[in-house]
Design a protein around this ligand. Structure first.
Ligand code: HAM
Length: 415
């Protein structure tokens, strides 16, 4: 029997219902903030990621689904969406005015990663990117939107970890400090870190190896090396988050796994996903548009793992409600005809319901209703038809009552 490719999942049932609920909530909340959707292709040229996510990152180094297409192009199944959105915005000249441009996206990403809870090789992200504004206020706006989104989904006890990674100009001083720190205890660091200290010293702070994390005790702190502008920016963002009541902690080791960040970087970890798993991450990336061939445009954004979010919601809120919650069961051929007509008038009135069309015994249909998590069963037999009624069974309590057929639409509509 053929199986799905390792790390790639089929989505259906309760899990997919959570996905849909999350997506609907995202569209509603982001729309309210003036963000418009963008959809970019899954395949991008290799260069798009090399020049953005960065050649020293694990994503580009180890995790990309990369191949040569039949026309000889080096292409990649996108490991993230920010670079593609920037590429699209430049290609279609969407950033040529001075106006802010606000995008969100919902889509699959691909990373060849080791499997664990909430980590897949095809996974989904919901993200938001804002272009054209360099201020801490724009970051507060974006984070507030993210916070409202998570709150509306019913998540509690959220706290962002934030840091500033400074600018390309302020970073060399920090690189020098971290290299000096490293060289004094280099034997305690892993092979990957020895490579990182050469190519991108910031990455050493992000190493997941426990030995390296221990060796990092007392390391130089990046926020001590910030230029004046970045320091002010960071202080102002913290002030705004405090005023808005958005909980955060400062994490000087937070550097993110992608190369394009400047100034603000942030993440949100969730203990529901096991150790070290991030639910979301993002930050400012003021140099990226220019780096990919566009004008000089500041930008800020984030992405949240939809698979991980659905997993958490399933844990904290249980099963997503079954839709539709009503099942209409006709008994006999005459009732089957009437049931189609009744269902049609209910559907036309905008009421969600499923219709049992298999015929057969009531017992079998009721067992299906139980398995599907149906809340209300409508039973229509000859007796009901003659009386002009429908029998209604409330599954949670087992109570049964009779409704006049003429009232079914109104009663279900207000249920
Ligand atoms: P990222 O931190 O690489 O950032 O990914 C964001 C989120 O995607 C993670 O926090 C996680 O929830 C989810 N994710 C990543 N890898 C996997 C995986 N293998 N399986 C399941 N979920 C995963 C970015 O991708 C940036 N583009 C975010 C951004 C947008 N920065 C600025 N704008």
């Amino acid at each position: 029997m053929a199986q799905s490719v390792k790390g790639m999942r089929d989505l259906f049932g309760a899990e997919l219902r959570w996905f849909q609920h999350i997506e609907e909530t995202a569209r509603r909340v982001f729309g309210r903030h003036g963000y418009g959707e963008i959809r970019t292709p899954i395949l991008e040229e290799l260069d798009v990621f090399k020049r953005s996510v960065g050649e020293s990152s694990d994503i580009v180094n180890k995790e990309m689904y990369q191949f040569t297409d039949k026309g000889g192009r080096e292409v990649v199944m996108r490991p993230e969406n920010t670079a593609g959105v920037v590429r699209a915005a430049i290609q279609h000249k969407l950033l040529s005015s001075n106006d802010p441009v606000l995008f969100y996206y919902i889509g699959q990403q691909f990373r060849y990663e080791r499997m664990q809870t909430g980590r897949y090789r095809q996974f989904w992200q919901i993200g938001a990117e804002s272009f054209g504004v360099a201020s801490p206020e724009s970051e507060a706006e974006s984070l507030l939107m993210l916070y409202s989104f998570l709150k509306e989904l019913g998540l509690k006890q959220l706290s962002f970890s934030i840091n500033s990674v400074g600018t390309p100009e302020s970073r060399p001083a920090f690189h020098a400090a971290i290299r000096a720190f490293f060289s004094e205890r280099q034997e305690q660091f892993c092979g990957d870190c020895h490579r990182r200290i050469e190519t991108n010293p910031l990455r050493v702070l992000d190493c997941k190896n426990e030995g390296c994390q221990a060796a990092l005790a007392g390391h130089p702190v990046i926020t001590d090396f910030l230029d004046e502008g970045s320091a002010k920016h960071h202080a102002r963002l913290k002030e705004l988050l405090t005023v808005l009541g958005i909980p955060f902690v400062e994490d000087p080791r937070l550097v993110r796994g992608l190369d394009y960040y400047t100034r603000t970087a942030f993440e949100l970890l969730s203990s529901d996903l096991g150790a070290q798993s991030a639910l979301l991450g993002g930050g400012r990336y003021d140099g990226l548009v220019k780096q990919l061939g566009g004008p000089e445009v500041p930008a800020f954004g984030w992405a949240i793992g939809l698979d991980r979010l659905a997993l958490i919601l399933q844990q904290v809120r249980g099963e997503a409600p079954a839709t539709p919650p009503v099942l209409l069961i006709p008994l006999g051929e005459r009732a089957a005809t009437a049931a189609l007509q009744l269902a049609r008038s209910l559907w036309d009135a905008g009421i969600a319901l499923q219709l049992e069309t298999r015929g057969g015994a009531l017992k079998k249909a009721m067992a299906s209703a139980n398995r599907m998590g149906i809340q209300t069963v409508l039973i229509l037999g000859d007796g009901e038809l003659d009386a002009g009624t429908v029998t209604v069974k409330h599954m949670a309590t087992g109570e049964q009552e009779s409704w006049p057929l003429t009232e079914v639409t109104a009663r279900l509509g207000t249920a």
